[in-house]
Design a protein around this ligand. Structure first.
Ligand code: DX5
Ligand code: ZN
Length: 215
């Protein structure tokens, strides 16, 4: 069993309210909101006004994934735009401890994301301070990419840290998630599965969210 965070990046942006309401009516635990700045990642997705518009209709907490450089500049703005979880990239934060404290002061849950090449060990001194660790199972920037198999190993290593030291961060995986890899991801220790194209291109997205959740 896992919580599901459908990624709104794969929604129909001309029908955002409809797609948010679909997620509201499903068993999803969160709405995953991907913010891309065209600098940290090559792509630009959308920004604060769209996040606010999603929040206006959302009945699930917003899990905001900041794929942006210098995310400290925008933490408060995204909190005000409705973020419940604020996830920053390790690779974008030279003062990660300060950034995490700032997210907590804003009243949001702090998350840290790792790119595929970044080993989980770099977070060893901060694991006790975060609510969530997000393992990128594709290179961030685009939906619809192929799952990177090495992600299983990273998830297992994080789960081992959690057990050994009694940390209670959740493990989230993002990129190329589908019904083929979800069962093993859950076995290795994932609590939250992000799924974009697999949910939104399926004939029955609500049912697909339920099936992923039962993995
Ligand atoms: C990728 C984003 C993902 C993306 C996942 O940079 O962080 O959240 O929406 O999309 P799929 O599930 O299609 O790989
Ligand atoms: Zn994401």
């Amino acid at each position: 069993m896992a919580e599901i965070a459908p990624s709104i990046l794969a929604a129909d942006f001309a029908n955002l309210q409809r797609d948010v309401e679909m997620i509201n009516s499903s068993s999803a635990g969160y709405i995953h909101v991907d913010i891309m700045d065209g600098m940290f990642v090559p792509n630009i997705s959308f920004g604060l006004p769209v996040c606010e518009a999603i929040h206006k209709h959302a009945q699930k907490p917003l899990d905001v994934h900041l794929m942006i450089e210098q995310p400290d500049r925008y933490l408060e703005a995204f909190r005000n735009a409705g973020a419940s979880v604020l996830t920053v990239h390790y690779e974008a934060c030279p003062h990660l401890h300060r950034t995490i404290q700032h997210i907590k002061e804003l009243g949001a849950e702090p998350g840290v994301a790792l790119n595929p090449h970044t080993p989980v060990e770099v977070l060893s001194e901060i694991m006790g301070d975060v609510s969530l660790i997000l393992i990128m199972s594709v290179n961030p920037g685009f939906g619809g990419q192929k799952f990177i198999e090495n992600s299983y190993r990273k998830i297992a290593a994080l789960d081992a840290y959690r057990k050994k030291f009694g940390y209670n961060f959740k493990i989230e995986v993002d990129g190329g998630v589908n019904l083929n890899n979800a069962p093993r991801l859950v076995r290795e220790g994932v609590d939250i599965l992000v799924a974009g194209s697999f949910v939104f291109t399926s004939p029955d997205p609500v049912q697909t969210i339920t099936e992923l959740g039962n993995s």
